[in-house]
Design a protein around this ligand. Structure first.
Ligand SMILES: Cc1cc2nc3c(=O)[nH]c(=O)nc-3n(C[C@H](O)[C@H](O)[C@H](O)COP(=O)(O)OP(=O)(O)OC[C@H]3O[C@@H](n4cnc5c(N)ncnc54)[C@H](O)[C@@H]3O)c2cc1C
Ligand code: SF4
Length: 506
């Protein structure tokens, strides 16, 4: 008996166990849902990347079965992917569905209501851990990412030696990584891809149909299949990995990518297998032990943070998202989609995001979400912006990062403290302040960096909560030692910042 195989747009893994189960009689269904692709603040490069990968993936599926149903944008204007998959399956008269377990909470909830179908769920190898093995442990008590990560290092053997000890003698090399920016490192050469005929056709169609979206399609340079994504991964490991760790937290005005891998969009769409990526890094460390600090810093991001965020997302949903909308807070200012700002760090970060549908982790955390947090911007709108603008953004990984790590809406269930900072951190880690209208060392006055007064204002507003946090109580004590005049000046400065923000004059 034939079955239908439903493939969601972030499951484009041609080597999946799901597709290995496909026979010549089976029907593969993949859907271009305009509704799901055209969210507020979506970057046009993200739309192009997803459609291009899906289209190449559908072609590749023909090796398994001639029955590949690729529902195009025009045929699916009003439906979600799952609604359309159900419709096509009904038309085929097939109710036996095989699919990978979706990573999205909403997809999982929708599937619960589709009782007319009989589902067989396959594991999505897009996560290294097997969630059904992990859940009992994860739910049993609350722990930080470090404990989670060490457990996965041990269970997978990644960056571990034959005696079960961590390579290099430690699980954590943070103190060797994340250095201040002292000199500007040379820019690394990035891999580039030739655009094939299908890509060119897709780009033309996306340009016609989504020209209202953010950004543009200039210099579109995303892989479209696993073969190309592996090349990007190998290029990173061979040429950039040794530089990753110590420049990991640097922000450089002239270099949007520093030594970051740019692999997140391939990992999240299903083109790259995260275990394979980490394994390649492991193999290199065995032959080149001196790169352990950088390699550990990189593996920690994928085996640690990426996996941890998935479990936190499912633990905190749907409440985390439901509670995020605060219409009385400040609306997302136009500077987030290219409006004027004299704040150089924000200007550069938004410019990079609009150009590439990408910015690296510290730009996201310590510039765009730090500012949104300190400026009391409605978290729901901030979430919509992060979900739309980045090519790698899917709710399961974007929500815990934005609402949890970035905006502290989870009250510390993900990060052990709010990731807020004044200009001092930005000045130490970047060269943004050198070319800025504002002065990072001033607290008040026309040219004072807005991050400074906003930061102390945040400490004042949250002091009752933060004084119990061992990583923040020093800042509360420092604030409390400020004179009344200084506190009053901060309040006035913040008022002026909010006024200017509202008028687009910050
Ligand atoms: C507010 C905010 C929103 C974010 N939204 C997303 C998102 O929608 N999608 C997304 O993949 N990442 C998100 N991140 C995490 C991180 O910023 C990106 O994964 C990273 O910038 C991708 O660039 P890269 O591939 O060059 O990463 P690298 O710096 O080269 O890191 C290697 C890989 O580690 C993984 N990784 C690193 N940090 C994280 C993290 N905190 N959570 C999950 N995976 C991580 C990514 O898969 C990444 O490709 C967000 C972070 C913040 C602070
Ligand atoms: S001075 Fe302030 S606004 Fe300007 S770049 Fe530095 S941190 Fe950003």
């Amino acid at each position: 008996m034939s079955k239908v195989i439903w493939v969601l747009n972030d499951q484009c893994d041609i080597e999946s166990d799901l597709l290995k189960s496909c026979s010549q009689e089976d029907h593969v269904i993949i859907v271009e849902s305009r509704q799901e692709l055209d969210l507020p603040y979506t970057h046009i490069k993200k739309t192009a990347l997803i459609l291009n990968v899906m289209r190449h993936f559908s072609h590749a599926c023909l090796q398994f079965t001639p029955h590949v149903h690729h529902v195009t944008l025009d045929a699916c204007a009003q439906h979600t992917q799952l609604e359309m998959m159900a419709k096509v399956s009904r038309q085929l008269g097939i109710f036996d569905v095989s699919m990978m377990t979706p990573k999205s909470y909403h997809h999982r909830e929708t599937l619960k209501g589709m009782s007319e179908f009989k589902f067989t769920f396959f594991r999505d190898n897009n996560l290294i851990s097997d969630e059904w093995v992990m859940w009992p442990w994860f739910k049993s008590k609350s722990f930080r990412m470090e404990t989670f990560y060490q457990r996965l290092r041990i269970s997978t053997g990644l960056l571990m030696d034959h005696n079960g000890q961590p390579l290099g003698g430690a699980f954590n090399f943070d103190k060797h990584n994340q250095n201040p920016l002292k000199t500007i490192p040379p820019r690394h050469t990035r891999i580039s891809f030739t655009l094939d005929e299908l890509t060119l056709k897709t780009l033309e169609e996306v340009q016609q149909k989504f020209s209202h979206q953010l950004g543009n399609l200039n210099d579109f340079n995303f892989a479209y299949d696993t073969h190309q994504a592996r090349k990007a991964c190998d290029h990173f490991i061979q040429h950039l990995l040794p530089y990753f760790g110590h420049t990991q937290d640097n922000m450089i005005q002239e270099d949007a990518f520093v030594a970051h891998s740019l692999l997140s969009s391939y990992l999240n769409i299903g083109l790259l297998n995260p275990y394979e990526v980490c394994r390649k890094v492991h193999d290199l460390v065995v032959t080149q032990p001196d790169i352990i600090a950088s390699a550990e810093g990189f593996v920690r991001q994928i085996l640690g943070w990426r996996e941890y965020m998935f479990y936190k997302y499912h633990t905190l949903m749907p409440k985390l998202l439901h509670d995020a909308n605060h219409p009385t807070m400040n609306p997302l200012p136009a500077l987030y989609w290219g409006g004027h700002t004299d704040m150089n760090c924000l200007h550069q970060t938004i410019r990079d995001s609009l150009s590439h549908a990408y910015s690296h982790h510290i730009q996201r955390l310590m510039i765009s979400s730090n500012f949104a947090n300190l400026a009391y911007i409605n978290p729901y709108e901030v979430h919509q912006w992060f979900l739309g603008i980045y090519a790698d953004a899917y709710e399961w990984v974007e929500i815990p990062n934005t609402l949890g790590m970035g905006l502290y809406q989870d009250q510390g269930q993900i990060g052990s403290k709010p990731y807020v900072s004044s200009a001092a951190y930005i000045n130490k880690m970047s060269n943004y302040c050198e070319g800025c209208f504002y002065n990072p060392k001033e607290l008040t006055g026309e040219r004072a960096c807005p991050f400074n007064a906003l930061y102390w204002n945040y400490i004042q507003d949250h002091k009752d909560q933060l004084k119990h946090n061992p990583r923040m109580n020093m800042m509360v004590s420092t604030y409390e030692k400020f004179s009344d005049v200084k506190k009053e000046n901060i309040r006035n400065q913040v008022e002026s910042i909010f006024e200017r923000l509202k008028k687009g004059q910050l």
